[in-house]
Ligand binder design. Sequence first.
Ligand code: GLP
Length: 240
Amino acid sequence: MKVIVGNEEAISRLIAEEFIQTIHAKPHAVLGFATGTSPLKVYADLIQANQEGKVTFQGCSSFNLDEYVGLEGSHAQSYRYFMNKNLFDHIDINKDKTHVLLGVGDYQSYMSHYDEMIEKAGGIDIQILGIGSDGHIAFNEPGTSFDSLTHETELAPSTIKDNSRLFHDISEVPTRAVTMGLKSIMNARKIVLIATGKNKAKAIYGLLKGPVSEAMPCSILRNHPDVTIYVDEEAYSLIR
Ligand code: GLP
């Protein structure tokens, strides 16, 4: 596992570059995207690179990690809305080839086919991850099986609290979500994780130094052959 420490701008640029190189090597690459505040600068860099003609997403398809149960794709806090607004609306990707788990309607049936859809598309070539303050990746909370595939889950109280900053009131935060499982994530060929800020320091410590345990979901990444962890000084502060 590689660890790169730098300020948010620098690490975001490096991650965007990893995506661009993956696409240059394989124009039909399957891209794994994440939501949250952490990848926003990476997406801004990808938009800029696309608009400057340095990369095209025309051949790519994508799969997102997770979605809140109960939110329509048109809801401002849904992850489909987030991806359209922060990336897909501004690049030349074919939106029909962008996949985000559904949170309403027949979402359970869609969820049950998700890993198969990823496999049929050829498997994820590069997956970006954020990390929760409790060490969750996607919405795999502490205690989730390392063998999990895409499933429905209940959010930890700390995650509901963390994510409430994006809602008007904590009572509006959904308590359930659908998420790629830990095994689904480990199936990606290459994984890049970004973490910035003090709030992530404990999780980064658990990821790099703690035991590999289902109590710390991100620790599973230590078993993956191609992971790079991009952190700023604050997220790395318990390691130094
Ligand atoms: C949510 C998402 C995760 C994300 C985490 C951290 O819980 N499901 O995929 O990694 O938030 O978000 P942020 O980057 O905003 O700190």
